[in-house]
Design a protein around this ligand. Sequence first.
Ligand code: DX5
Ligand code: ZN
Length: 335
Amino acid sequence: MTTAAATGREAGRGTGRARVAASILDADLGHLAHAVRRVTVAGADRVHLDVMDGHFVPNLTFGAKTIKALRHRTEIPFDAHLMISEPGRYIEEYLEAGCDSVTFHVEIEEAITPTLKAIRAAGRAAGLAVKPATPLSALEPYAELLDIVLIMTVEPGFGGQAFMADVLAAKAPGARALLRHKLFGGEVHVDGGINRESAEFAGSHGVDVYVVGSALFVRGRDMGREIRLIRALADEGYQYGPNHGEPPIPHDRMATITSLPKHLAHRFMAEVEATGIPVIMLRGDGQINPDGVRDYDLLVPASVEAHVVVTHGASRDRLLAEAAAWRADLLARQG
Ligand code: DX5
Ligand code: ZN
């Protein structure tokens, strides 16, 4: 049985917009399984796995085999951050290890497109990371293949370095623009120096995922409280930055956009989902139709509700008219 503590729900996961990805780089590397359990119970949204090859960066950590061994220790997603020179050579191993997303660096010398395509083909999220000195324009040729843009706010290689605020401020708008093709689910990650001092600033630049390493592994510190604090500060920054004073909408809040008879609800769901936005179809408690079946409710993530209304409103109105005609026809036939 999964307890609330084991899933981290107890610690408030899913209540806000900001997501914390716990980097276990600064954990006791002799007890990584314990570290993964610890960050899960503390309420981290993801585990961020820093893979280093001693070549792309002047440090060595762990690889796909270790990630695979850790995979069954938690149910929260695994974000792999590959700081290695040849991600293409090893990509299948990382996918096979159970990484939910794989992000690697645009500064490598090998071809980038095939690796992004391999990640996508495996149904995982694909990301590119930029070192502080690398301009975001380096990512432009790959924009269409990106689910994640990771902005490094320290030099890759080590935890515990100071946050580079200027780097984030300069790159955040461009990172969002690179994900323009994704109506839902595109993520800007910030990695390096995120803690209670920098979280609000990062939030005010609209970051989605906050990688936090050394701030979580301070002796004597309550890790759960630290995660909640960073998430709350990031959400506050978002509210008073890009969201015009409005509190951020949690990712898991859904909004009903219409109710339709089953056959038409299916059609609308397919149409919206084709644009990359997930739709939930629920048997509603609304209008009962002449065939004795109630209309179905269609729900989309509240964060994209307005967008769906703009792009699919006309089609929704057509389907509602079609539903009315269908009901009238059924009634007439029933006499
Ligand atoms: C650095 C890594 C980061 C690092 C973050 O190369 O990519 O993920 O572990 O650690 P802190 O939060 O200590 O900067
Ligand atoms: Zn990292």
